[in-house]
Design a protein. Structure first.
Length: 151
């Protein structure tokens, strides 16, 4: 599994922690920014990660900003991406199992490191179950196609 990781300046400390967790688990990742505490606009980083996941360069992505909300909104603007904001283990599991979310977003000002570890581990360990959720995910993909033409 290859993961694209990104954050804005508010998410930088938590992103560094997340990368440590990925290293501990031997999971391949690429840090797509930001790299310092200089203020950056989260849409720039969110777009970079989301496009890389949508294009198939990475299997999954992780985005972190202050709340996780902005990164989630940005990532979901990229056709083919299903990003989910998770601040608890159950939501992280369901994001993968029910919604096949390829991108996890978290808020550095919302979750601490140990909560982030648990959320990340739950998301990484979960796979899309298909079944009753498969037609729903297919409908989401159809919406991408339908509204991309109108944009």
């Amino acid at each position: 599994m290859r993961i694209a990781v990104g954050s804005d300046h508010l998410g930088l400390p938590l992103k560094k922690f997340v990368m440590e967790v990925l290293n501990e688990q031997g999971i391949e990742y690429v840090d797509m920014g930001c790299y310092s505490e200089e203020p950056v606009d989260y849409p720039d980083i969110g777009e970079k990660v989301a496009v890389a996941v949508a294009d198939g360069q990475f299997d999954r992505g992780i985005l972190i900003c202050g709340t996780g909300i902005g990164m989630c909104i940005v990532a979901n603007k990229v056709p083919g991406v299903r990003a989910a904001l998770a601040h608890d283990v159950y939501s992280a599991e369901r994001a993968r199992k029910s919604n096949d979310a390829q991108i996890l977003t978290m808020g550095a000002q919302v979750v601490g490191t140990e909560a982030a570890r648990a959320i990340l581990n739950a998301w990484l360990a979960s796979e899309f179950q298909g079944g009753r959720s498969a037609p729903k995910v297919a409908k989401m993909a159809a919406l991408d196609t339908k509204y991309r033409k109108q944009a």
